[in-house]
Write a protein that binds this ligand. Structure first.
Ligand code: HEM
Length: 512
């Protein structure tokens, strides 16, 4: 007879199947007599497992939207813009138009603003970051605190600091252009570290710069549902480490430690001196709420620190790459800057409204490339009925920004890089969908760091254009090596590392 203790994997599989069968039976019982949203037909138990994409999911979901999204009889679709899949009893609803994201994430935000439970991310304690936290009181408090320090009315107070860091960045670029990749990342981390903790890291290898990079790395692997089987069967977290197949626990411990360091170290350094703006308004130490408020401030500051630089630097690097590939676009932007700003100084925030073509470039980058093309997954907090369809509680809901921002009906020739699509009569067009309304997510969970991010990216890109010509790298024979805009894989999709040259444009250097 099979000795089950000798075959732990067999036991685990049997328990898994039993768990799925029971879960499915329970779900069927409570479903009203309504169809699920349209989608491909699945197999028993595993459902649409084989339809769930693992690589570039935004593109694969986009194809599914085109194929199934809205084909159901009587379904009141405005386009092929909603598709539903199910695997191991969990639903995945993909939204492919601004109408759908507005209906669910804004008009029904109290139902669709939760985050999916990920046992792996919880074990890594990443759900302590409010960006991944479930919808509720704790999330609300941290989001409110974050908003106090990053809302559009207060962020102009960070501008002097941003302009100072921008000068440091341009100067370092002039002295060591080969290090532009690391230095771009450090530009954003320095600004966030200085504005949230008043900490100034020493260089690209400073642990304050490296720690959040490590956290991002862990999130990029573990944030992909299905990387680890424990995501489908949470009970596996109780299986002891010596059992084969539990190697993922090592991964969890390693990144848990990185997350803890990033959350705690910077905060502890400034806590005593109350230099962190977020802790200046703490109650007295003898107040019973003191400890709770400290933890709230600590974890809120950490979200800005860990999430802010990774996303903004991805977008900034993508912009540099696209500009180096398109010298004609670059030249027009430089001519505009020279005309508006002149040659003796660098652009600043007062010039922004007049830099129309640059504004169009930044919009076109946001349209063509999203660091989080499926946003961060939302989840349904309770059962919902929408447009004649049943959306079960716990359904993972993805707003496919990539699909929306590559819609040829809104943006003809959507794969070409064409800032002119946003300009009419020398002004930025208001009659075309602004890519920022999809690239930063949706509803109550929309990115609260977007205003800050716009400022940091504008300061950097406008100054790079003012000071340098960007071009693809030359080989030993002086020939340009063709440059391609390519993307990495992951939850956050960064541009692939590329090389380009920065040739100073001005004889006198306004950054010295
Ligand atoms: C170009 C840069 C950025 C992009 C493209 C971006 C994009 C996003 C996206 C797509 C989401 C998910 C929204 C949703 O769930 O619907 C998000 C959430 C978030 N972002 Fe950003 N982001 C950027 C920069 C920043 C910066 C600089 C900060 C901090 C200073 C920041 C802080 C956050 C936070 C705290 C959340 C979580 C909000 C919540 O769950 O309530 N982001 N961001």
């Amino acid at each position: 007879m099979l000795d089950l203790v000798q075959y732990p994997k067999v036991v685990i599989c049997m328990l898994f199947v039993l768990h799925l069968v029971l879960r499915r039976a329970w779900q069927r019982r409570r479903r009203p007599n309504l169809p699920l949203p349209p989608g491909p037909k699945g197999y028993p138990i595993i459902g649409n497992l084989f339809d769930i994409p693992t690589e570039y999911p935004e593109r694969a979901y986009s194809r599914l939207l085109d194929r199934y999204g809205g084909l159901m009889a009587g379904f009141n679709a405005v386009g092929r813009d909603m598709v539903y899949l199910e695997s191991f009893g969990t639903g995945i609803l993909v939204l492919g138009s601004l109408k759908r994201t507005t209906d669910l994430f804004e008009k029904r935000s109290s139902i669709h603003s939760d985050r999916p439970v990920s046992p792996v991310l919880s074990l890594m304690e990443f759900d302590k970051f409010f960006s991944l936290m479930r919808y509720g009181t704790r999330w609300r408090r941290q989001r409110k605190l974050f908003h106090e320090y990053f809302n559009p009315i207060v962020i102009p107070q960070y501008r002097p600091l941003i302009l100072e860091e921008r000068i440091n960045y341009i100067r370092d670029l002039a002295n060591n252009p080969c290090a532009f990749w690391e230095r771009t990342r450090t530009y954003f981390t320095r600004i966030i570290l200085r504005s949230t903790y008043s900490i100034e890291p020493t260089g690209n290898d400073d642990p304050f710069v490296k720690n959040p990079e490590l956290v991002g790395e862990g999130f990029n692997v573990a944030g992909k549902t299905g990387t680890f089987i424990v995501d489908f069967m949470p009970a596996l977290k109780y299986v002891p480490d010596w059992i084969p197949g539990t190697g993922w626990k090592k991964f969890v411990r390693y990144y848990n430690d990185a997350g803890e360091k990033a959350r705690v170290l910077a905060f502890e350094q400034v806590r005593e001196k109350l230099r962190c703006p977020l802790i200046q308004s703490l109650p007295n130490e003898d107040d019973p709420k003191f400890e709770e408020e400290v933890l709230c401030a600590r974890d809120t500051a950490a979200v800005a620190y860990i999430g802010g630089a990774d996303t903004s630097s991805g977008v900034a690097l993508a912009t540099l790459c696209l500009l180096a590939i398109h010298p004609d676009i670059q030249k027009r932007a430089q001519a505009e800057i020279d005309q508006v700003v002149g040659l003796g100084r660098l652009p600043d925030f007062d010039d922004r409204d007049q830099l129309v073509y640059l504004g169009a470039i930044l919009k076109e980058v946001a349209r063509l490339y999203q660091i989080a093309p499926l946003g961060v997954a939302h989840a349904a907090l309770e059962d919902d009925v929408y447009d004649g369809c049943f959306i079960p509680k716990g359904t993972i809901i993805l707003g496919n920004s990539w699909h929306i921002l590559h819609d040829p009906n809104i943006y003809p020739d959507p794969f070409s890089f064409n800032p002119d699509r946003f300009i009419k009569d020398g002004m930025l067009r208001k009659d075309i969908l602004n890519p920022f309304s999809a690239a930063f997510g949706f509803g109550r969970r929309i990115c609260p760091g977007r205003y800050f991010s716009h400022d940091t990216i504008f300061a950097m890109i406008s100054s790079v254009l003012a000071c340098f010509d960007l071009s693809p790298r030359k080989d030993d024979n002086g020939r340009q090596v063709p440059l391609k805009f390519e993307l990495e894989e992951g939850v956050l999709i960064h541009p692939k590392r590329f090389q380009c040259e920065f040739t100073p444009r001005m004889p006198s250097r306004p950054y010295d």
